[in-house]
Design a binder for this molecule. Structure first.
Ligand code: E4P
Length: 217
C-alpha cells in the first residue's frame, strides 16, 4: 500500500520524504489555508520535494471553469494529480483531463456507487473519506471493502486512496482490505512507528550494553 501524506506543510513533507516511505502528497483547500501559503507556489514546492503524485484541488463547481483550473494546476509539474469533487461536473472534468493524460483524484466520495462512477470516468484515484464517515456513525472501512470488491469485479484500474484517516488502525484496516493508497496527516503517520514495547526493549538493551563497557565505533 502506498503512503501519501495529507498536508501542505513543506517541513512535514521534507521530514517524511527523508524516511524513504513517502509515495505522494494530498492537499485540499482547507490544508492550503492552514499552510498560510500561496496555492500555486506551495504546490510547486511540494511537487519538487516528492517524486510521486501531488494532489491539488480545483475549486470551481462548473465543468468549463473546473477544466481550466485543472489544466492550469497540471502545468505546475508532471506529478500533479488534479483533484475534482464527486459531482456530475467533476466527473466530466475527470474524463476530459484523463483524455489529456493528466492524473485525476476524485475526492469527497462517500458511497460505493459514487466510486463506481469515478472508475467509469477513468479516475486515477478515488478518495473515500473514512473518518468523516465514522463521524456520522457509518463504518468507513465497510465502504473501502465494498469499493475493493466492485473494482476487482470489473478490473477497474482506479486506485483506492483511503482518505480522512484519523488513526493507525484505519491504516492497518485499509491494508488488510487491500486498498492501493492511504493518505494521513503527518502526526498519524508518525504514530505508526510507535510501540511502548519497542521503547521499553530499546531502553533495556542500551542499559545492558552500557554495562558491558564496550563501543561499536
Ligand atoms: C484528502 O485527500 C482529504 O482531503 C483529507 O484526507 C480529508 O481529511 P479530513 O476529513 O480529516 O479533513
Amino acid at each position: 500500500m502506498k503512503f501519501f501524506v495529507d498536508t501542505a506543510n513543506v517541513d512535514d513533507i521534507r521530514d517524511l520524504e527523508a524516511t524513504g516511505l513517502l509515495d505522494g502528497v494530498t492537499t485540499n483547500p482547507s490544508l492550503i489555508h492552514k499552510s498560510g501559503r500561496d496555492f500555486m507556489e506551495v504546490t510547486r514546492e511540494i511537487a519538487s520535494i516528492v517524486d510521486g503524485p501531488v494532489s491539488a484541488e480545483t475549486v470551481a463547481l462548473d465543468h468549463e471553469t473546473m477544466l481550466q483550473e485543472g489544466l492550469k494546476l497540471a502545468k505546475i509539474a508532471d506529478n500533479i494529480a488534479v483533484k475534482v469533487p464527486l459531482t456530475v461536473d467533476g466527473l466530466k472534468t475527470c474524463k476530459a483531463l484523463r483524455s489529456d493524460g493528466i492524473m485525476v483524484n476524485v475526492t469527497l466520495c462517500f458511497s460505493s456507487s459514487q466510486a463506481l462512477l469515478a472508475a467509469k470516468a477513468g479516475a486515477s484515484f478515488i478518495s473515500p473519506f473514512v473518518g468523516r464517515h465514522d463521524d456520522v456513525s457509518f463504518d468507513g472501512m465497510d465502504l473501502i471493502a465494498d469499493i475493493r470488491t466492485i473494482y476487482d469485479n470489473y478490473d477497474f484500474e482506479t486506485e483506492i486512496l483511503v482518505a480522512s484517516v484519523r488513526h493507525p488502525v484505519h491504516i492497518t484496516q485499509a491494508a488488510l482490505i487491500g486498498a492501493d493508497v492511504m493518505t494521513a496527516p503527518p502526526a498519524v503517520i508518525h504514530k505508526l512507528f510507535k510501540h511502548p514495547l519497542t521503547d521499553n526493549g530499546l531502553a533495556a538493551f542500551l542499559k545492558d550494553w552500557e554495562a558491558t563497557g564496550q563501543t561499536i565505533l
